[in-house]
Design a binder for this molecule. Structure first.
Ligand SMILES: NC(=O)c1ccc[n+]([C@@H]2O[C@H](COP(=O)([O-])OP(=O)(O)OC[C@H]3O[C@@H](n4cnc5c(N)ncnc54)[C@H](O)[C@@H]3O)[C@@H](O)[C@H]2O)c1
Length: 315
C-alpha cells in the first residue's frame, strides 16, 4: 500500500512508519517539528525511515502544506499529528491545540475527500476523551466527558472523522489509544521521566498519591492496532486500544525499581486535567480487528529502560 503518516517524526508516527516500511509498504510522512519537545529527539526518531528507499518526508505544517500533493496516490492515511499533552492544554496555549488537533484534522479530511485512491483513514484518538469515565472498563459507547482541553480537541477531531464518514462516505476509523509507552516515548510522559531520572540517580516528581491507575499500552501493540484498523476497521467506527492490564503508578514505580534500582520520589499535588483512572474494554477491537495486545507492562518497561540506557550512553 502507499501510506501517508502525519506526525511521522513523533513517538508513535515514527515507529509506525518503520513498521510499514518493513512490511513492504511505501510511506510519505509529514511533520513540522512543533516545539513541544526538541527537534533533535524527533530527528533521531526519523533516522531509520529517512535512510529507507521507500520513504519520503515533507518538513511542513498540515495547516499550510499542499495536502493534495501529500495525499497523491495515498491508499492508507494514518493521522497521528497532534499537539499532545494534557497539562499544557489549559490557558494561553489552547490555540496550539485547536490549530493542530482540530483545524489540521479538518484540513486533512477535506483533502481526503479529493483523494480518489484512498482506502482508509486511521485517526489517533485518545482515552482522554472519556475523562473520569462512568465505568471501568470503559466501552466505546459510554459518554465521553473529557477533563482536559486536550481531550476536548481530540474528541472534536474524532467527531469530525465520524462526520466525514457519514456525510462524505470517507472510510475513517478512530482508535482511542490508552497511555502509550515504550522506546521513543515522549520526554514529557511519566515512564520516560521516571526511567531517565532513575538511571541518572535523580529525584522524580510524582503528581498525586500514585494510586491513579492507567491501562498502559505498549507501542508495538498500538502500531499493530493501526495496521489492523487500516485493513479491517469499519468506516466511521471508534475502537479502544488498551494494553489489557490496569495498574497504578505506585505499582509501576515498584516494577521499575526491580529494573533500574532504587528511585527517589518527590510527591506533589495532582494536576488539573489528569483523569483518576483509565481502563479500556477492548472486546470490539478484538472481535472486529483481531486486536490482541502482546506486551505486558513488566516486559514493556524493561524494553523502554533498555532503550533509555542506550540513549543516555550515546549522548
Ligand atoms: N502517546 C500517547 O500515550 C497517546 C495517547 C493517546 C493518543 N495519542 C495520540 O497519538 C498521536 C501521536 O502521539 P505521540 O505521543 O507520538 O506525540 P508526538 O508529539 O511525539 O508526535 C506528534 C507529532 O505531530 C507533529 N505535528 C503536530 N502538529 C502538526 C502539524 N500541524 N503539522 C505537521 N506535524 C504536526 C509534531 O511535530 C510531532 O512530531 C497524537 O495524535 C496523540 O494525540 C497519544
Amino acid at each position: 500500500m502507499h501510506c501517508v503518516v502525519t506526525g511521522v517524526a513523533g513517538f508513535i508516527g515514527s515507529t509506525l512508519a518503520e513498521r510499514l516500511l518493513a512490511a513492504g509498504h511505501t510511506v510519505r510522512g509529514i511533520d513540522c517539528f512543533i516545539d513541544y519537545y526538541p527537534k533533535a529527539v524527533k530527528l533521531k526518531n526519523l533516522e531509520i525511515s529517512l535512510a529507507h528507499k521507500n520513504f519520503t518526508f515533507l518538513d511542513e505544517n498540515i495547516l499550510a502544506a499542499d495536502l493534495n500533493r501529500l495525499l497523491d496516490g495515498a491508499e492508507w492515511v494514518f493521522h497521528q499529528a497532534a499537539q499532545a499533552g494534557v497539562r499544557a492544554s489549559w490557558g494561553e496555549l489552547f490555540q496550539t491545540y485547536t490549530d493542530n488537533n482540530i483545524l489540521a484534522t479538518q484540513r486533512m479530511l477535506e483533502a481526503c475527500t479529493r483523494c480518489k485512491s484512498l482506502k482508509k483513514v486511521v485517526y489517533a484518538s485518545s482515552s482522554s476523551v472519556y475523562g473520569n469515565a462512568e465505568r471501568y472498563p470503559t466501552i466505546e459507547t459510554d459518554l465521553p466527558k473529557p477533563v482536559s482541553p486536550y481531550g476536548v480537541t481530540k474528541l472534536a477531531a474524532e467527531h469530525l472523522m465520524c462526520l466525514y464518514a457519514s456525510e462524505y462516505h470517507l472510510p475513517t476509523t478512530s482508535l482511542r489509544y490508552f497511555t502509550v509507552y515504550g522506546p521513543r516515548q515522549r520526554p514529557d510522559m511519566a515512564f520516560n521521566k521516571f526511567i531517565r531520572a532513575a538511571l541518572k540517580h535523580e529525584e522524580i516528581t510524582l503528581y498525586g498519591d500514585g494510586e491513579q491507575s492507567r491501562d498502559f499500552t505498549f507501542i508495538d501493540d498500538i502500531v499493530e492496532g493501526n495496521l489492523l484498523a487500516a485493513a479491517r476497521g469499519a468506516p466511521g467506527a471508534v475502537y479502544n486500544l488498551g494494553g489489557g492490564a490496569v495498574i497504578t503508578v505506585n505499582e509501576v514505580l515498584r516494577l521499575l525499581e526491580e529494573i533500574v534500582g532504587p528511585i527517589k520520589v518527590r510527591r506533589l499535588e495532582s494536576q488539573r486535567g489528569d483523569a483518576r483512572h483509565t481502563g479500556a474494554e477492548t472486546a470490539k477491537a478484538r472481535a472486529e480487528l483481531g486486536f490482541a495486545p502482546k506486551v505486558a507492562v513488566p516486559e514493556g518497561l524493561r524494553r523502554e529502560a533498555q532503550w533509555m540506557e542506550r540513549l543516555l550512553a550515546s549522548s
